[in-house]
Design a protein around this ligand. Structure first.
Ligand SMILES: [Zn+2]
Length: 362
């Protein structure tokens, strides 16, 4: 299902075949938590060069599962005929504080609609993702916070393995859905190794590195990646969760990561923070008030082809909704173009040079 095309000093480009087509890696997935990449319709999304998105199983479970099931799955429901990953949503239950408690059985939480106590188990999580019909499902894992004690990290890592075993047993591969496990272990090399060993023994279609980009320093994240990524089987896709700035993408790709997701480009866009090849700019600053250039010279996204910085500045200042959409189009497009250039660079053995040329500004 995953085929390596080329490698350069550990960085890889490849192809992941799914039920809805092939994903060329490295790949970046914009986040569609609630079955929408915020502000964009699916046609606009495709025009940003996006062909894979990630939705959130837990959110869709508590809001729209029946309608999605009746529609024949998430692809139909949101009119997206391309690739979809679904995350378990366990991380969001914990982060958004659904008055949760983690037990061996699963994550106990309070349903915000009726105040009832519920348990989100690895088996339920598999069933939901089966109903959603995503191309790649993620196991439910236990992600400890970045400031957890060593004992808490050990407990979470071991539980992640036990839950992964249960997920694999409960997973229904009938719809050609692939299942990825999530490596935990905090920033402890021994635990990362243990987690990787145990999960690869169970054997999944791919492996994500979880528990990073959750508040630890960039240096610690990069260090953890450098020793964790090479432990993963080279013939399977490797996915780093929650990373999306161009600099971090480039750094992680050099360690051998293939797939990413992050709200970075979309959230920044909604806060008027525009990614360009010369770095990030805040378009609401006074100096853009009468700037008649596009957001980025030579960018062929819809926004840059049709509008100026001055117009975007004006829309943001006036709190017009179109501002959010136009900025989102550009930021995702910028990220996807950046990733495509990296794919080409790896194929041509030019990644090192690409890195030297781009490191300063990305
Ligand atoms: Zn643009």
């Amino acid at each position: 299902m995953f085929k390596l095309i080329a490698e350069e000093n550990g960085a890889r480009t490849g192809e992941l075949k799914t039920a809805h087509g092939t994903i060329t890696t490295p790949a970046f997935m914009p986040v569609a938590t609630k079955a929408t990449v915020k502000t964009l319709n699916t046609q606009e999304l495709k025009e940003t060069q996006t062909d894979t998105i990630i939705a959130n199983a837990f959110h869709l479970y508590i809001t729209a599962l029946e309608a999605i099931r009746d529609a024949g799955g998430l692809h139909n429901f949101m009119n997206w005929n391309e690739k979809i990953f679904t995350d378990s949503g366990g991380f969001q239950i914990i982060r958004k504080d659904f008055k949760f408690k983690i037990t061996e059985n699963g994550i106990e939480y309070t349903d915000p609609k009726n105040g009832e106590k519920q348990t989100y188990t690895p088996e339920l999580c598999m069933k939901i993702q089966d109903d959603l019909g995503s191309d790649v499902a993620m196991v439910l894992d236990h992600c400890p916070p970045h400031n957890a004690t060593p004992d808490e990290v050990i407990e979470a890592t071991n539980r992640t393995t036990r839950w992964a075993e249960r997920s694999k047993k409960a997973h229904n591969p009938r719809k050609e859905q692939q299942l990825f496990a999530i490596i935990q272990g905090g920033t402890n090399p021994k635990l990362r190794e243990k987690s990787t060993h145990e999960l690869t023994e169970i054997d999944f279609d791919g492996y994500a590195i979880g528990g990073l980009s959750i508040g630890e320093t960039k240096e610690l994240m990069q260090k953890t990646l450098r020793y964790t990524t090479p432990l993963l089987p080279s013939e399977k896709p490797r996915y780093l969760m929650g990373v999306g700035s161009t600099r971090e993408l480039l750094n992680a790709i050099t360690t051998g990561i293939d797939i990413f997701d992050s709200t970075y480009p979309t959230r920044n866009a909604r806060h008027a923070s525009i990614t360009t090849r010369d770095g990030r700019i805040n378009i609401t600053r006074q100096k853009y008030k009468n700037d008649q250039r596009p957001l980025e010279e030579d960018c062929n996204c819809y926004t840059c082809q049709h509008h100026t910085r001055a117009y975007l500045h004006h829309l943001f200042k006036q709190k017009e909704l179109l501002a959010l959409r136009l900025a989102t189009i550009h930021n995702i497009h910028h990220t996807q173009k950046f990733i495509q250039k990296i794919q080409t660079a790896i194929r041509e053995g030019e990644l090192q040079r690409f890195r030297e040329d781009n490191e300063k500004n990305c």
